[in-house]
Write a protein that binds this ligand. Structure first.
Ligand code: SF4
Length: 457
């Protein structure tokens, strides 16, 4: 009973968060930056922030996360961090030789009003950038938004590199949003299967799910190259997966380079994947290949085979808005009942979208943007659920309330597989469904009396 002090009675709170359902903006900015090939993320703030961001990503991906910091001390906090940043730029290119540095701010540097664009200009003027090297920057104050906002801000910053030559290159930009490296690989596989030439950005596949080869590479082979990022300005269109993670960057490319964009939900589950495949098919002007039809059919088959175990099961969800929207739709499409849904990321439109998706259900869903896990726990105490889906921090609630638990989202600190096995697309949905069924059937086995303990389920 680690959370035994959580009361059942719910009282109104406006200025207090307990057990947040989010983490800080720079973590998202750092994750996005790692999706550029040869990129060294740089944290313009104190060392402590950078250490925290790196360790959180390392714990989730089980890979060393390299990042530099402006190492603010008391002096920089009072007089500004420009001198530290200028020194950092020289050191980084002299010692680590990245292709690009992706700089984000922290609460401290934002509060004292650091201007990264001005610092970059000064560094260029003073010749601190070796030829052909780049810097992009994003403002990521953590007292607003969440890790999702930081991710979106850094992805938008990547569009600064886009160039238009006036001649379209026939490629489609796909902005995958904050998904796992394996998901990025799967999105590329699906696009290629349909016959779409794509530029995926950011792309952490091959960066954060690489092999142990015995040879250390400061910059792994994966990631979107600078040349690809430049070419995004000549693409025939952009598919942005997720309103929160990807839409801003897509709209920026549309505004600056006239690359038309379509914002879709992240392709988790049956219907969202259908829409993604349909968008790819439309862009390519082809029919859906049989191979994809087969994968879809397998998913539908498993849903119908095991529907009796899913039917009207109540689910509590915590995570990020783009993921939760698709997951809610997936659960509803399988006749499950998502009853409590919380994200730590702000945005009332999240609540509206969830209410739309659950409108036909015979109950009123509890949904909260900018919510916390304490609230989720209280809701569960008042209306118990059959299944909990969320990140590792949910394990305390799952243990206290004895709920079957599927780990999904960020961060996952105590299990493996998320880097290697996708949950997007039809194959990914099969995996999600397998995970859901496993915990539900394990629970059935555990709780069945001897006379109904079945061999075959
Ligand atoms: S001070 Fe701000 S940026 Fe630094 S770790 Fe804390 S929340 Fe994140």
């Amino acid at each position: 009973m680690l959370l035994r002090h959580t009361p059942k009675e719910i009282s109104e709170r406006s200025a207090l968060t307990i057990n947040p359902a989010k983490t800080c903006q720079p973590i998202g900015a750092m994750y996005a930056a790692l999706g550029i090939h040869g990129c060294l993320p740089h944290s313009h703030g104190s060392q402590g922030c950078c250490a925290y961001h790196r360790s959180t990503l390392t714990r989730h991906y089980k890979e060393p996360i390299s990042a530099a910091t402006s190492s603010f001390t008391e002096g920089a906090s009072v007089f500004g961090g420009q001198a530290n940043m200028m020194q950092a730029i020289s050191n980084i290119f002299a010692v680590y030789e990245p292709e690009i540095i992706a700089v984000h701010t922290t609460c401290l540097s934002e509060t004292i009003g650091e201007d990264l664009k001005q610092i970059r200009k000064k560094a260029i003027t003073e010749g601190k950038f070796p030829k052909g090297k780049y810097m992009i920057s994003a403002s990521t104050p953590s007292y607003v938004g969440s890790h999702v906002t930081g991710f979106a801000n850094m992805v938008t910053a990547m569009t600064e590199l886009a160039e238009s030559t006036g001649k379209k290159n026939g490629k489609v930009n796909i902005i995958p949003g904050w998904v796992e490296p394996a998901d990025m690989e799967e999105i590329k596989r699906l696009a290629a299967l349909v016959g779409v030439k794509s530029i995926l950005f950011p792309d952490t596949s091959g960066v954060l799910n690489g092999p142990l080869s015995g040879e250390y590479k400061m910059f792994p082979d994966g990631g979107t190259t600078i040349a690809e990022l430049k070419a995004t300005g000549d693409a025939v269109g952009t598919l942005a997966l997720g309103e929160w993670c990807s839409a801003d960057a897509a709209r920026e490319l549309d505004k600056k380079h006239k690359v038309p964009c379509k914002v879709l939900d992240m392709p988790f589950g049956l219907k969202a994947t259908d829409r993604f495949i349909d968008a790819l098919r439309t862009v390519a002007g082809v029919t859906v290949p049989d191979e994809i039809g087969l994968e879809r059919g397998q998913l539908v088959d498993l849903i119908s085979d095991m529907h009796q175990y899913l039917y009207h099961k109540k689910v509590a969800l915590v995570g990020d808005p783009d993921q939760l929207i698709s997951m809610t739709e997936f659960l509803v499409s399988m006749d499950m009942y998502p009853v409590h849904i919380v994200t730590g990321t702000p945005g009332k439109k999240f609540e509206r979208r969830i209410k739309e998706l659950t409108a036909g259900l015979p109950y009123q869903v509890n949904v909260k943007a900018k919510g916390d896990m304490f609230m989720l726990h209280q809701w569960i105490k008042n209306e118990p659920v059959d299944l909990l889906i969320g990140n590792t921090y949910c394990k305390y609630i799952a243990r206290d309330e004895d709920i079957p638990f599927v780990r999904w989202g960020f961060p996952i600190l105590d299990r493996q597989g998320h880097q290697y096995f996708p949950t997007v697309g039809y194959k990914g949905a099969l995996r999600l469904l397998e995970k859901i069924l496993t915990v539900l059937l394990d629970r059935k086995d555990r709780d069945s009396p001897e006379q109904t303990f079945e061999l075959v389920l």
